[in-house]
Design a protein around this ligand. Structure first.
Ligand SMILES: Cc1cc2nc3c(=O)[nH]c(=O)nc-3n(C[C@H](O)[C@H](O)[C@H](O)COP(=O)(O)O)c2cc1C
Length: 448
């Protein structure tokens, strides 16, 4: 049902009277389109959020006294978003000790061949053992009777924190899972924020106000406005996970084992709302979330690589599958320089196929992109294949999960150095200069 409604893209779903879970409600598709995301973040343009982020770090040095005072107040502004410890949290209304999670929480299966119910939009919370920096990320969680299986992929922060605990010799890592918080915090969980930026600070910036956090008995702090919280410890025991119907549109085979979290307790608010999403063949709710991340990231990306004009991660390109980026080209080889940069940058580094076009190609108009590829690419010169590279672990096409190849297509117009010393042909003009008689004649037949 969530899938059917989501493909319409115009409202969320609230399910009441959930069988077997008296008092619980299930909500889905809360990010049903970009307008819903903007409403949740209280902005008119999503890029505003990214601009707020870069505003802290990258600015010309202040020259005048007024500018200096303004930059000092900017630093205090950052303090306005740091998380705030509170002594009361709504989810402490009910506590179940040593629970079988599926008996308490209405986790569901998305597809018939999934072996167990899943938490599909949990915020998995762990603290790095050395720095104390928080990671709060959306990773699917398989619900078993003896614990929860945390599906953090190879390149993710949760995996890095876990590795650090294990390397430090710990038997277990304290962890928590928060379900159903405010929408900005939910989005922060899906946002690839580079370590060591604290995810709670980042959530505060997305929310526009500090995130209230509450300390659990295991020492982990969690968003105090969560409806449901699961407290426990991630063990060293690795178990099978999946197959799960993932966003590539396939059941991913259980290719790798993932750690089991033993659960100490589940907390939940009275009459709680459980938020679950459904992924699969595009375009579902995760596509809207991915697009929001793309828009918010653009100002950050442009600060790191100022030549970038725009980026499109098309939903049917599956986010890690295909990315199209436009650049203001300045020198020979510039298209390939941008490819190499992006293949080394955060989660964009997992992109399998990267297309670079000129600044005047609208990356969101696939026909314009196809034109640029068809007209500007000489495959021998402009196509790059990087063999044996890092890839998304779930990419079904790679022989080894997380390890495959990459394709880059430089569809920019070529400079003389790239074109045998010749000038690139001149683009045909649009009919800007139609004289008034022609325009009038077109108007008369309804084409004006
Ligand atoms: C609905 C949904 C499900 C996701 N499931 C997973 C998952 O199972 N494993 C994973 O590593 N990333 C998953 N992601 C992607 C992460 O949330 C994303 O990479 C984000 O950057 C958080 O990871 P990080 O904090 O480690 O960067 C999912 C994203 C969404 C929106």
């Amino acid at each position: 049902m969530l899938r059917k409604v989501m493909r319409r893209g115009d409202f969320a779903v609230l399910i009441e009277n959930v069988k077997g879970y008296p008092g619980w409600r299930v909500v889905g598709n809360i990010f049903y389109n970009q307008e819903a995301v903007k409403l949740a973040l209280g902005v008119e343009r999503l890029e505003e959020v990214g601009e707020r982020l870069v505003g802290f770090a990258w600015r010309a040095p202040p020259k005048t006294l007024a500018e200096k005072l303004r930059s000092v107040s900017k630093l205090f502004e950052l303090g306005r978003y740091t998380p705030k410890r509170v002594s009361r949290a709504v989810f402490t209304d009910n506590v179940v000790e040593k629970p079988i999670v599926r008996k308490v929480v209405p986790a569901f299966r998305q597809y018939p061949r999934e072996p167990a119910p899943y938490l599909t939009y949990p915020l998995v919370i762990v603290k790095h053992p050395d720095s104390g920096v928080y990671t709060m990320s959306v990773y699917r969680v398989m619900v078993r009777d003896d614990g929860l299986v945390l599906h953090w992929q190879l390149h993710k922060r949760g995996q890095a924190a876990y590795r650090a605990w294990v390397e430090n010799g710990a038997d277990e890592m304290p962890a928590a899972i928060a379900i159903s918080t405010d929408p900005a915090t939910l989005l922060a969980g899906a946002f690839p924020v580079p370590y060591p930026i604290d995810k709670y600070l980042f959530a505060g910036i997305l929310r526009g106000s500090p995130l209230p956090i509450y300390r659990l008995d295991n020492g982990v702090e969690v968003p105090a406005n969560a409806e449901v919280v699961i407290e426990g410890f991630v063990t060293r025991r690795l178990v099978e996970e999946g197959p799960f119907g993932d966003h590539w549109g396939y059941y991913d085979k259980p290719v790798r084992r993932f750690p089991l979290m033993r659960v100490e307790r589940v907390y939940y608010r009275s009459e709680p709302i459980y938020y679950g999403t459904v992924v699969g063949l595009p375009a579902l709710e995760d596509a809207v979330i991915g697009k929001a991340v793309e828009r918010i990231s653009l100002p950050i990306l442009r600060t790191i690589m100022p030549e970038i004009v725009d980026i499109n991660l098309p939903p049917y390109g599956l986010f890690q599958g295909i990315a199209i980026v436009s650049i203001r080209k300045m020198y020979p080889g510039h298209g390939k320089k941008v490819m190499l940069g992006l293949w080394g940058l955060g989660m964009l580094s997992l992109t399998k196929i990267l297309v670079v076009v000129d600044h005047d190609v609208n990356v969101h108009d696939i026909n314009q992109v196809l034109w640029a590829i068809a007209a500007n690419v000489d495959p021998q010169r402009d196509v790059v294949i990087v063999p044996a590279a890092h890839t998304d672990e779930l990419d079904p096409a790679t022989p080894t999960p997380g390890y495959g190849s990459k394709l880059g297509i430089d569809a920019t117009r070529k400079l003389p150095e790239e074109y045998g010393g010749r000038e690139w042909p001149r683009l045909v003009e649009e009919d800007a200069g139609l004289d008034e008689d022609v325009l009038r004649a077109l108007r008369e037949i309804g084409l004006g």
